[in-house]
Design a protein around this ligand. Structure first.
Ligand code: CMP
Length: 144
């Protein structure tokens, strides 16, 4: 499988619950490498734009409110089949349905306050990475 990149958000609930390290440890243990990482506080405008695909959904307003309630950690992850691998380690959107050992099973509260976001496809990953990281910023973090 090809080396690819994906995008991850450690959401406000997980940051508030002091599990940035716990979440990242699971990603790293699965073979994903953190290429870029920063803590940011989303504005309402940013959260609305990032989740625009869900704007007709009944939970959109609450989702925007949740995602702006505190800082998040945005990360670029790299590895073999990174998009699928990240989603596997995250577990199902609803933690009640997530497999044992997944991030959401261990750290999420409910379907909305679900600890992490991960891109659903390589194309989405590209867009989501570009939403938070400039090409120059990523280039400056390249490893030798
Ligand atoms: P995420 O993977 O970031 O993608 C969209 C987010 O919307 C999702 O995680 C949840 O936080 C939230 N979400 C998805 N479905 C629901 C739902 N049925 N009710 C409330 N929030 C939801």
């Amino acid at each position: 499988m090809a080396i690819e990149r994906t995008f991850s958000i450690i959401k406000p609930d997980a940051v508030a619950n002091n599990v940035i390290g716990g979440v990242t440890a699971k990603l790293e243990a699965a073979g994903l490498r953190v290429l870029a990482s920063k803590m940011v506080r989303l504005t309402e405008t940013q959260a609305k734009a990032f989740y625009a695909v869900h704007k007709e959904r009944p939970f959109y307003g609450d989702l925007v409110k949740f995602m702006t309630e505190g800082p998040v950690v945005v990360q670029v992850l790299e590895g073999e089949g990174a998009v699928a691998k990240n989603r596997q380690v995250m577990g199902a959107t609803n933690p009640e349905k997530a497999d044992a050992g997944t991030i959401r099973k261990e750290f999420a509260t409910n379907i909305e306050r679900n600890a992490v976001h991960g891109s659903d496809a390589p194309e989405t990953a590209k867009e989501e990475i570009a939403f938070f990281f400039s090409t120059a910023e990523l280039a400056s973090l390249a490893r030798s």
